[in-house]
Design a protein around this ligand. Structure first.
Ligand SMILES: Cc1cc2nc3c(=O)[nH]c(=O)nc-3n(C[C@H](O)[C@H](O)[C@H](O)COP(=O)(O)OP(=O)(O)OC[C@H]3O[C@@H](n4cnc5c(N)ncnc54)[C@H](O)[C@@H]3O)c2cc1C
Length: 389
């Protein structure tokens, strides 16, 4: 087989890149390790930056999001059970959109199928070759038979555990990492959300977040020690802990129900540099991870795809390679700013095991400053709705 761009990974980054390149008249083949049902059942991100919303519309996959998504003009922050609101729209002119990653992925698969796009799922042993030359190819095994695809470029959109990042030689690749000493226990429940906007809560027992997917589906999280096991948390224990950490009025109106999904996710900040090596480009979680506190993971993947698809479009349309040459530098410049925001939100809102009383006062002062300063609120809002590309 031959194509112009092989995309490794059929998550949001890979599918969106494939869809945008298709609209630019560029051929792709997507190789996905898991089954489609598995990819579509993953419960992950829920908050879209406004730039992400506009990119999905430009890719021709915004119609259902615009019908079913919820536009949020702000969010609530809380400290020690007392909350206040930060208005994104008032501060920046832009809101965010609440629309689940599962739905985004669903819409992207539907668009690729409608356009006759090639997505090969359950592709095993995917391996790129010849990335530092002019004629790369990718091999994989499907139903016991090995296949080879020749191509011009390879896009590594295969997430943190993918194969692509490891193709960059050790002497070239640099990794920067912080692992946080706690995780998030998340519960999805078929109950109405406790609030019309998200609530981020700092509390002496640990962080909590009230989020949602739609009017009947809520997503809640509490900070837990890394050693905790999900089986040890009954639904009742989860709801009791959440109630203790959020503002009293929210705790009073919280509607609880059985968890339809319950999991613990560790928190990590990670960046790999560079994001391009020869004819390989990394995009999304393959190159960077953020703790979910700032709702940036999926949005960062979309930002990378913006830089990459415009670079590849300029290459094929005009023979112009400046976008390819500067892809890593441009993407990383935005990535690091978003890493900073996610690290800042995480540091401000969580209890750290070694936290001193001084650290505690610093957190309280930071939150009090946010409550009272228009400048501080604007800086937070500007980052939350998404920095420009
Ligand atoms: C529990 C949780 C909650 C999250 N909450 C948020 C949030 O609120 N807001 C937010 O913005 N982000 C959030 N994120 C992060 C967000 O989900 C990711 O940043 C996003 O999925 C990145 O998209 P991606 O396409 O780069 O990677 P992925 O979604 O990881 O997709 C990569 C794909 O590549 C495939 N793959 C891997 N290896 C191979 C291989 N060798 N060959 C072929 N295919 C391969 C994988 O199966 C997968 O389908 C959350 C993540 C988790 C885990």
């Amino acid at each position: 087989m031959r194509t112009q761009v092989v995309i490794i990974g059929g998550g949001p980054a890979g599918l969106l890149l494939s869809q945008l390149l298709h609209r630019d008249g560029i051929e792709t083949i997507v190789l996905e390790r898991r089954s489609r049902d598995h990819v579509l059942s993953r419960i992950r991100a829920g908050v879209l930056e406004w730039g992400t919303v506009e990119m999905l519309r430009a890719a021709g996959v915004g119609a259902r999001m615009d019908r079913e998504g919820f536009v949020h003009d702000g969010t609530y922050l809380a400290a020690q059970n007392r909350g206040f609101r930060i208005g994104f729209k008032a501060a920046t002119g832009k809101p965010v959109m609440v629309y689940g990653q599962t739905e985004v992925t669903h819409d992207l698969y539907a668009a690729r199928d409608a356009a006759g796009g090639t997505i090969i799922d359950e592709a095993e042993g995917v391996m790129p070759h010849g990335l530092d030359g002019d004629a790369p190819h990718v091999t994989y095994v499907k139903d016991g038979t090995e296949h080879r695809i020749d191509c011009d470029f390879v896009a590594g959109c295969d997430g943190y555990h993918g194969v692509s990042r490891g193709c960059i030689p050790p002497g070239v690749l640099r990794a920067f990492e912080r692992v946080y000493p706690f995780g998030w226990l998340g519960v999805l429940s078929e109950t109405p959300p406790v609030s019309d906007e998200l609530i981020y809560a700092n509390h002496e027992r640990g962080f909590a977040l009230c989020s949602m997917r739609n009017a009947r589906l809520s997503r809640y999280y509490v900070q837990v020690p890394l050693e905790d096991r999900v089986e040890a948390w009954s639904d009742d224990a989860f709801w009791d802990e959440l109630r203790r950490r959020i503002p009293g009025d929210a705790a009073d109106r919280l509607v609880t129900g059985p968890a339809v999904e319950k999991s613990i996710a560790p928190l990590r900040s990670f960046v790999a540099e560079p994001m391009r090596w020869g004819r390989l480009f990394l995009a999304g979680d393959a190159a960077h991870i953020v703790p979910p506190t700032g709702a940036k993971g999926l949005n960062l993947a979309v930002g990378d795809v913006h830089y990459l698809h415009t670079a590849l479009a300029a290459h094929y349309r005009d023979g112009e390679d400046a976008g390819i040459e500067t892809y890593s530098e441009r993407a990383l410049s935005r990535v690091w700013k978003c890493e900073r925001f996610s690290w800042w939100m995480t540091t401000m809102l969580h209890r750290f095991p070694e936290q001193s009383t001084f650290d505690q006062r610093m957190q309280e002062a930071e939150i009090a400053y946010l409550e009272t300063s228009v400048a501080a609120q604007t800086a937070m809002a500007e980052n939350y709705v998404g920095l420009p590309y």
